[in-house]
Design a protein around this ligand. Structure first.
Ligand code: NDP
Length: 449
């Protein structure tokens, strides 16, 4: 772990361990927030008396359900579906759905817990939730994915609503899956309720910039961090892990801001391209052909593919981990530091392990936690809800300007809160404290519920 659990919150942490056995990612996420909160509880006795932290650590509702479906050969499969409605103090539950074989309750709870504070940091009226399934869409036909999504929504629909719970995409859930999920929701409820899902297609209620938002937002956040140190992206080498939604649009914005992304990855390995990643080719391989990154290397002379291995071995000034949780450990962090990396900005949720975060602190690497740096996705989802509610449609330029402003505001809030609470430059503490305070105030105002 990156630090000690302070004595004031030790009891809360032990209770979380006892009540949620085996949910290691959830424990890790809670612990990281609790480490920041001792300083807050010292100033707000009411949160201790009313057990506000304890209440925030307990989801309001957890739904687990069976998802039966049939593949193209007629074989029956049974997956498990989850939706954790964690906290609705600030608005309807909001957070993505993840389809990946690694999904279990502990992972969904870690993601839902993080989402509470992330959503608070955006300043938008949205609560925190997360869901998904252990279904693996990789290698499945469109028809199989459609049947799975229809079965998944046939149970989930009863828990959703534009004022209740509004899912979006995450790993394994993109525009195709959102389309099938929305279609089934509409069919069952007989309601064209645009605001019930975000990440929709542009022709039927989707918002411009939602697809790009998380990657763009992480790059805007990195830009704000650099500006605070009098630097810019100009001339910087950037390594981004993953090659999914967050990575692709992170690379796009890094290039637009003057940096050069030289490496990206997927679960098969990584590619290095000293000329800079050719984004058109990467999009063709990953988004159109749904292929692997080695295909990118086969089609580009300046690129090499490394099977397996760690993308963090590639020297860079800025690292943007954008694949999955705990993908960047203490050893990888030490390699980044040795190679002169100056900034690590989490595009994914909790990609850096506590040991990695400790290395960043010890070596003075600027570090942005995902709940701040990748909040652009959910913030733009809230903008999509806003456009749906007003039957309006904003231009790309207007939406992107709003996103850039939101990311600068989040950075400023984390930066200022860290200073106010005695840890200048510590964006982890700044994000946790600023997010917590906003949620805690609303939880407190709503009484003991
Ligand atoms: P995608 O499914 O589009 O892409 C995920 C990428 O990460 C793929 O390249 C995938 O490779 C790789 N990856 C996933 N799991 C693993 C693993 N266990 N080991 C190695 N590589 C892996 O997902 P997103 O880009 O949407 O999400 C990436 C991260 O960003 C997640 O942590 C997500 O929670 C977070 N995030 C996403 C938001 C969004 O708007 N999309 C918003 C906020 C956070 P492969 O294809 O080989 O599995």
């Amino acid at each position: 772990m990156s630090g000690e659990v302070p004595a004031t919150v030790q009891g809360i942490y032990e209770e979380v361990l006892r009540r949620n056995p085996g949910e290691t990612e959830f424990h890790q996420a809670v612990r990281e927030v609790l480490e920041s909160l001792a300083v807050v509880l010292g100033r707000h006795r009411e949160y201790t008396e009313m057990k506000t932290v304890e209440r925030i650590c307990e989801p309001e509702r957890q739904i687990i359900f069976r998802v039966p479906w049939q593949d193209d050969r007629g074989e029956v499969w049974i997956n498990r579906g989850f939706r954790v409605e964690f906290n609705s103090a600030l608005g309807p539950y909001k957070g993505g759905l993840r389809f990946h074989p690694s999904v279990n309750l502990g992972i969904v709870k870690f993601l839902g817990f993080e989402q509470i504070f992330k959503n608070a940091l955006t300043g938008m009226p949205i609560g925190g939730g997360k869901g998904g399934s252990d279904f693996d869409p990789k290698g499945r036909s469109d028809a199989e994915v459609m049947r799975f999504c229809q079965s998944f929504m046939t149970e989930l629909y009863r828990h959703l609503g534009e004022y209740t719970d509004v899912p979006a995409g995450d790993i394994g859930v993109g525009a195709r899956e959102i389309g099938y999920l929305f279609g089934q929701y509409k069919r069952i409820t007989n309601r064209y309720e645009s605001g019930v899902l975000t990440g929709k297609g542009l022709g039927w209620g989707g918002a411009l910039v939602r697809t790009e938002a998380t990657g763009y937002g992480a790059a805007f956040f990195a830009e704000a961090m650099m500006a605070a140190r009098g630097e810019t992206f100009e001339g910087k080498r950037v390594v981004i892990s993953g090659s999914g939604n967050v990575a692709v649009y992170g690379i796009e914005k890094v290039h637009q801001l003057g940096g050069t992304a030289v490496a990206c990855s997927d679960s098969s390995g990584y590619v290095v391209d000293e000329k800079g990643i050719d984004l058109d080719l990467l999009k063709q391989v990953k988004e159109v052909e749904r292929g692997r990154v080695d295909t990118y290397a086969q089609r580009r002379d300046s690129a090499t593919f490394v099977a397996g291995g760690s993308v963090w071995d590639v020297p860079c000034d800025v690292a943007i981990p954008s694949a999955t949780q705990n993908e960047l450990d203490g050893d990888a962090a030490a390699v980044l530091a040795r190679n002169g990396c100056r900034y690590v900005v989490e595009g994914a949720n909790m990609p850096a392990t506590p040991a990695a975060v400790k290395v960043f602190r010890d070596t003075g690497i600027g570090f942005a936690p995902g709940k701040a740096a990748n909040a652009g996705g959910v913030a733009t989802s809230a903008l999509e809800m806003q456009q749906n509610a007003s039957r309006d449609r904003w231009t790309f330029e207007h939406s992107e300007a709003r996103l850039a402003e939101i990311m600068r505001d989040i950075h400023a809030r984390c930066h200022e809160t860290a200073e106010e609470y005695g840890s200048p430059g510590d964006l982890v503490l700044g994000a946790n404290v600023a997010g917590f305070l906003q949620v805690a105030e609303a939880v407190h105002a709503h009484g003991l519920i």
